[in-house]
Design a protein around this ligand. Structure first.
Ligand code: MTE
Ligand code: MO
Length: 389
């Protein structure tokens, strides 16, 4: 059976990337997770335009032709939903009960937000940029109809990598990923990247919309006690992709394979424990380590003794280390603790994993990404050369 997204809710669609079969640095579009609060809006592409208004000297509308005539930029980046892993919390948090797959890594192409903002002339008092989507609906604690909308701090909106994106892995955006145009905020939790863009407004204040006051907020300890914050950059995190929970392995060398990411920062190391976190061993990082993008890693685990083992991985980015336990102040968001995995080694079986050969790995990653998308992906240059990101 061809691989598919794992559906958590059908209408609106909320579905996961099938992480356990991951073999590529790039997540093919049709396997890339979807997080929709409301139904996918019907957008008339022929009649499409984007309004830029608010604290700007020259408000205007951009037609599709005008917008896409601006110089474009491409960024590779991992997107994780802030609720990813919610179902693993011992204390149940409300919201979609995500497993580990509300995450994906893709190549995003579009026009920097900066270009359209500067074209309109940002006025001195500007603080935030409001991005509004075409999708509309209500929530149980907000029965009035509302559009999905989010405010982004001006500084991040003006970063040259923050894009009005119209291509994902070289293809036109799928309807569920925001066709025809979405915001793309690299390094930040997915909620910042508003899909189906309708309108941009430069604000001289902080936007207090539903999706950043009632939802997608966390508490942070400060000298004055806990303060409420809006989720922003993604935390440092890793995930064991294989072996899966409950796997039965053999004696010898077993491969532990996974992904690790650190939002706007670069993953500098990944460590693996086979004794539930008492001792740690360095994993080998595979391919590129760059800001925004996840890195693949593997650890070759030598075992001479049958029995039960608890595997744990942790990602490091400079002085930041992935924590062992969930932080109650974060509630049901930014769930980035190291989740232990139970496996069993049987004395009657034998395992013989070898160190991954980078050429084979690159071939496999490209072939897989191509097989699962319509256009060929040129990830090899980026992967091997480490340029252009
Ligand atoms: N207009 C709109 N934009 C949206 C959302 C939405 O429901 N409506 N969901 C957000 C959330 S919470 C996430 S995690 C990402 C998911 O992007 P994807 O569905 O393309 O993976 O889109 C964000 N942008
Ligand atoms: Mo999300």
């Amino acid at each position: 059976m061809p691989e598919q997204r794992k559906v958590i809710t059908q209408a609106p669609e909320n579905s996961e990337t099938p992480l356990e079969s991951l073999r590529s640095w790039v997540t093919p579009n049709r396997l890339f997770f979807v997080r929709n609060h409301f139904d996918v809006p019907a957008i008339d592409a022929a009649d499409w335009s984007l309004a830029i208004e608010g604290c700007v000297a020259r408000p205007r509308r951009w037609s599709w032709e005008e917008l896409t005539a601006l110089p474009e930029r491409t960024v590779f980046a991992t997107v994780e939903c802030a609720g990813n892993g919610r179902s693993f919390l011992r204390r149940r948090a409300p919201g979609v009960q995500w497993g580990a797959g509300a995450i994906g890594h893709a190549e995003w192409t579009g026009v920097p937000v900066r270009a359209v903002l500067e074209h309109s002339g940002i006025e001195p008092g500007a603080r935030e940029v409001l991005f509004e989507g075409w999708d509309r609906g209500s929530e149980s604690d907000h029965p009035e109809l509302m559009n999905f909308a989010r405010g982004l701090p001006l500084e991040k909106a003006l970063h040259p990598d923050t894009l009005l994106a119209y291509r994902m892995n070289g293809e036109v955006l799928e309807p569920s990923h925001g066709f025809p145009l979405r915001l793309f905020v690299p390094g930040w939790y997915g909620v910042a990247s508003v899909k189906w863009l309708k309108r941009i407004e430069v604000l001289d204040r902080t936007f207090r919309g539903y999706f950043q006051t009632k939802k997608y907020t966390i508490e942070r300890a400060t000298d004055q006690g806990p303060q409420t914050r809006v989720v922003g950059p993604m935390a440092v995190k890793s995930e064991i992709v294989r072996p899966q929970e409950g796997a039965v392995l053999g004696l010898g060398t077993n491969r532990v394979f996974g992904v690790a990411w650190a939002g706007e920062e670069v993953v500098t190391a990944v460590e693996v424990s086979t004794d539930g976190g008492d001792s740690w061993n360095p994993a080998q990082l595979l391919g590129l380590q760059t800001p925004y993008s996840w890195t693949l890693w593997e650890y070759l685990w030598e075992t001479a003794d049958p029995g039960s083992y608890t595997l744990v991985s942790r990602s490091l980015a400079g002085s930041k280390v992935q924590p062992a336990e969930p932080d109650p102040l974060l509630g049901g968001y930014m769930i980035h603790f190291s989740r232990p995995r139970q496996v069993r080694i049987e004395g009657t079986r034998h395992a013989r994993a070898e160190l991954a050969d980078l050429d084979t790995l690159l071939y496999d990653m490209n072939a897989y990404a191509e097989l699962n998308s319509r256009l060929p992906l040129d990830v090899e240059m980026e992967f091997a050369g480490g340029e252009g990101i």
